[in-house]
Design a binder for this molecule. Structure first.
Ligand code: NAD
Length: 477
């Protein structure tokens, strides 16, 4: 499963050789460690207005040094010069007080507050200011835009400016190097940059928890949610059920949610009972041997969680299978098996739970989809139908859970280093693994971190989202 190529080109003569030959040079990604600084250096905050000011306050509250640049275009159409002092500036900065100069710490990140732009011409000032600071970014730094979601209700110029941010961010993410990523937060109309889920999303995107999330957007729809008292234990006191948890991504999800403070119920088929018991012991949770396609699966999950743990706050639908065949060769058994496990079971379990009247307010559903469900994949019509179906399901379920403050979201992994992907023939695997902006596969942990974020109180205002964890895979949107 190890990515030996990344090890080889990360140091010594392997690194020199790769450089000379112009080969991909993936770097070791910065991943979350409890207690570690949020970002590897000061953050340059570009933009003016209340949005930028509240982001500054939040960043400082997280012990991040903040440098300010108003990012305003000059009358001549250019922008103020970069450079100037690297000292943190408490005020909404005089022009030019921004990127570090020689000898100062490299930037750990750039945050662009673009929530008050109204026309495409407004983009030049802040975006070119970010451009000038890019060479000052530390390895594994972060660029995060905070802007408004465009909608058909917007005036055309406003919609163009807002949609323009998405094009900029996705392109910029492809230009970043050395493990740095670019992601964005889209605020719905009437939602300010200081609501808990905007700040929760900012923290997630700046941190090592989002190592393999690149070129993506999180949409904050409401002011609901709550930042955790302890950012290293965002799931303290929650009871979470994870399906397909005997191995692979599901086991990583169980470990990650347990690390973050949740009590776990791990579910898998009876045939995987031994591995499931090991995972349950490791996370000090309980095991439920259950085929999720059974008609009473929802009721059994609910009974187990409530009788053994006295609560049930989070459900992670992770169990999934593939039965790949070109459609011309597809038989009904392969088609039906994939639909039954990957989507029909999730629908039936959700119906049973939501109809039980026993779920708490604020219940969280997080489903594992796949980039195959977005971009399509040769030989995977059945799998893509099920995974695109999962995305449709969470959007619809989000609306149904909204009245009780619950959320439904999905995570769509790209190439993840698991037993499943280790079986892909070498050449095909190498291509699949490198075809993303970070030039490497993600780890099960990376998928788990995104799920942990959606499951947390901080994400209470985020629902109906599909977040790709794919290193900005070059395939698909
Ligand atoms: P995996 O095969 O290693 O693990 C899946 C687990 O689900 C297994 O333990 C299996 O026993 C369990 N399972 C299968 N059918 C079940 C059923 N009917 N009831 C209960 N449990 C059942 O797969 P993985 O790579 O860890 O994938 C986990 C999820 O991530 C799946 O939904 C998969 O489609 C998705 N995914 C994986 C990748 C990747 O690169 N590995 C990429 C995109 C999406």
């Amino acid at each position: 499963m190890a990515d030996k190529y990344t090890d080889f080109v990360s140091r010594g003569w392997g690194r020199d050789l790769a450089k000379r030959l112009g080969l991909p040079q993936p770097v070791r990604l910065r991943r979350y460690e409890p207690g570690a600084p949020l970002v590897p250096g000061p953050v340059l905050l570009i933009g003016t207005g209340p949005g930028a000011d509240s982001l500054e306050t939040a960043l400082k509250g997280w012990d991040v040094e903040v440098l300010r640049d108003p990012g305003i275009a000059t009358a001549a159409g250019g922008t103020h010069d970069a450079g100037g002092s690297a000292s943190s500036s408490a005020s909404p900065a005089a022009p030019g007080a921004n990127a570090p100069t020689g000898g100062t710490a490299k930037l750990g990140g750039i945050v662009l507050a673009l929530d008050s732009i109204t026309r495409p011409e407004d983009l030049a000032g802040p975006v070119l200011a970010a451009g000038r600071a890019l060479r000052s970014l530390a390895p594994n730094a972060r660029v995060v835009t905070v802007s408004r979601r465009s909608s058909t209700a917007d005036e055309p110029a406003l919609a163009a400016a807002r949609a323009g941010v998405e094009g900029i961010l996705r392109s910029l993410a492809k230009e970043l190097r050395s493990g740095a990523t670019g992601n964005g937060i889209l605020l719905a109309e009437g939602v300010s940059a200081e609501v808990p889920s905007a700040l929760g999303a900012l923290r997630f995107l700046l941190s090592g928890r989002s190592a393999f999330v690149d070129g993506q957007f999180l949409t904050v729809g409401t002011a609901k949610g709550e930042l955790p008292a302890d950012p290293d234990k965002p799931l303290a006191g929650k009871v979470a059920v994870v399906t397909g948890a005997a191995r692979g991504i599901g086991a990583a999800i169980a470990r990650t949610l347990a690390r973050d403070g949740a009590k776990l119920v791990v579910v898998d088929v009876p045939a995987a009972g031994d591995s499931l018991a090991k995972v349950a012991n490791e996370v000090r949770g309980t095991a439920l041997q259950l085929d999720i396609t059974k008609p009473d699966a929802g009721e059994r999950i609910l009974e187990h969680a409530l009788s053994r743990h006295g609560a049930f706050d989070i459900l992670v639908h992770n169990a999934g299978i593939t039965r790949d065949k070109l459609l011309a060769n597809m038989d009904a058994a392969k088609w039906d098996a994939v639909i039954a496990v990957n989507i029909a079971a999730q629908l039936r379990i959700n119906d049973a739970l939501m109809g039980s009247g026993r779920l708490p307010d604020g219940f969280r559903i997080v489903s594992v989809a796949s980039t195959s469900g977005i971009a399509g994949n040769r030989g995977q019509t059945n799998y893509a139908a099920s995974k695109a179906g999962v995305m449709g399901m969470v959007r619809s379920t989000a609306a149904r859970l909204a009245a009780t403050g619950g959320t439904a979201n999905a995570v769509a992994p790209g190439f993840i280093e698991t037993e499943m992907t280790a079986k892909i023939p070498f050449a095909t695997r190498e291509v699949a693994r490198r075809l993303n902006s970070l030039q490497q596969g993600g780890l099960p942990l990376d998928v788990a971190e995104a799920i942990g974020f959606f499951a947390s109180d901080a994400a209470g205002g985020i629902s109906g989202n599909v977040l790709r964890v794919c290193g900005q895979n070059l395939v698909g949107q």
